[in-house]
Design a protein around this ligand. Structure first.
Ligand code: C2O
Ligand code: CU
Length: 465
């Protein structure tokens, strides 16, 4: 952009004729939202959809007028959205065209251990791996992302993440907003250097002060005056979002789904907290606003203009709307009587400068917990980091758990649905009912503040027969 005016967000020619850049984020809500492209199968059979993806270095226009080097599935930031159908198999051939090893994890997928993206199963540069996903699970908002040994924080930060949406017949019969009124929104933060390059430093969350939605900084979206389904994913490494729509205490959002899929019944919320990797699907009826209204999705955890405004919805004219939110949505049966209770401790171990679970950093050759297939256990997960206070959350691969309580208080709203990731309060605990019903083998559990997991806060369970 030689000769361009010194507008924030554009590269300019600086003093002495040397190119330098002055890249900052644009003003809030000045950039249109974009939607990740939907992946197209290369082949379809009666039972299976086949996809080919290349994992590569690429460039993305994240800040307007600036080309940012990224790592991306298909070179995209974020990666293409895979739309799967429950009961139909998806096979994704992932070719690694990068100089680094990578491995792809389907977050929230109830898949066999060998398909789950264990860091031991990495794809060498130049090699490929075929992931087989059976999709034997109800409709849900999942995502896929890198899970490289000690590297997931940096590689996800640089772009290796995309949506994976499971649909099913039951859900379609409900009449929820669909098609272009079903919008995936990947929320995250980022940090850029003066040249607009993503700047990754381990655990420097205080400096990641640019908010992105689907890879655009604090975008706006034009919406019709009708109902939308918004699939909100916190794709940040470490940032929590407390989301409120509109001004003041927040306008009502109808929560219909959590990590594991549809809630038994819709619940109304004015404020929703998402720790990293959590998802919530909400239905928002924009017909309740006058055309021309601008409705900001706020982050109540933000500290300034750059971190409080997530995105803005610019409401247009009312349009006919046949969608609805029925009184009954999905099911979530109780996971039954527990036969084993365990305590799991998450802690920053200052003596070794590492994040640990039960006193140990991750070792992929060690099994930390054995759990019998089909047996329900209660896991009480503690966050021992009071001084210094460090937030943690807890993610389990290969299953969806039931959250019983946090600090003894029953959880409500989306947290009462099936989950795979849950916030663990500082100095407190969360109790989960966990059961693995399907495959034998090893599944990871870890903190999903990815800088913590990359620094060791990860362990594995072996499901035994
Ligand atoms: Cu989303 Cu083990 O991760
Ligand atoms: Cu953590």
């Amino acid at each position: 952009a030689a000769g361009a005016a010194a507008v924030p967000g554009t590269a300019v020619l600086g003093r002495g004729g040397r190119a330098w850049a002055d890249v900052t984020a644009p003003p809030p809500f000045s950039v249109p939202l974009s939607l990740p492209e939907v992946a197209v199968p290369v082949r379809r059979t009666a039972t299976t959809d086949y996809y080919d993806m290349t994992i590569r270095h690429g460039a993305a226009e994240i800040l307007p007028g600036v080309s940012t080097p990224i790592m991306g599935y298909e070179g995209r930031f974020p990666g293409p959205t895979i739309r799967a159908e429950a009961g139909r198999r998806v096979v994704v051939r992932q070719t690694n065209a990068m100089m680094h090893e990578t491995v792809v994890h389907l977050h929230g997928g109830l898949v066999a251990p060998g398909q789950d993206g264990h860091p031991a199963d990495s794809i060498a540069p130049g090699a490929y791996r075929e992931y087989v996903y059976d999709n034997r699970q109800p409709s849900a908002t999942l995502w896929y992302h890198d899970h490289s040994h000690h590297m997931e924080a940096e590689m996800v930060f640089r772009g290796l993440a995309g949506f994976y949406l499971v649909g099913d017949r039951r859900e379609r019969r409900l009449g929820l907003p669909s098609g272009r009124y079903d919008v995936p929104l990947m929320l995250r933060d980022a940090r850029f250097d003066e040249q607009g390059r993503l700047l990754f430093e381990m655990d420097d969350f205080r400096y990641r002060n640019t908010l992105l939605v689907n890879g655009r900084p604090q975008p706006y979206m034009k919406v019709d005056g009708r109902k939308y389904r918004l699939r909100l994913l916190n794709g940040s490494n470490e940032r929590y979002f407390t989301l409120r729509l509109g001004e003041g205490d927040g306008d009502a959002m109808t929560v219909i789904a959590s990590d594991g899929g549809l809630l038994p019944a819709p619940v109304t919320a004015t404020s929703i907290t998402l720790s990293p990797a959590e998802r919530v699907d909400v239905v928002v009826d924009f017909s309740r606003y006058r055309p021309g209204t601008r409705v900001v999705l706020h982050n109540a955890d933000g500290t300034d203009e750059a971190t409080t405004g997530v995105m803005r919805f610019d409401v247009g004219h009312r349009v006919p709307d046949l969608s609805r939110v029925p009184e009954r949505l999905g099911h979530a049966r109780d996971l039954g009587e527990a036969v084993v209770t365990r305590d799991i401790e998450m802690k920053l171990d200052l003596s070794i400068g590492a994040f640990v679970i039960d006193g140990k950093t991750f070792d992929m050759d060690r099994v930390d917990t054995k759990i019998k297939r089909g047996e329900t256990e209660i896991w009480r997960v503690h966050n021992r980091d009071v001084r210094p206070s460090v937030p943690h959350n807890f993610h389990v691969h290969g299953t969806h758990f039931q959250v019983l309580d946090r600090n003894g208080q029953p959880v409500t709203g989306h947290e009462a649905g099936r989950k795979d990731t849950v916030a663990v309060p500082i100095g407190g605990d969360v109790r989960l009912k966990v059961r693995f019903d399907r495959y034998l083998g090893r599944y990871l559990y870890h903190c999903h503040l990815l800088d913590h997991s990359s620094m060791g806060m990860m362990a594995q369970a072996e499901v035994i027969g």
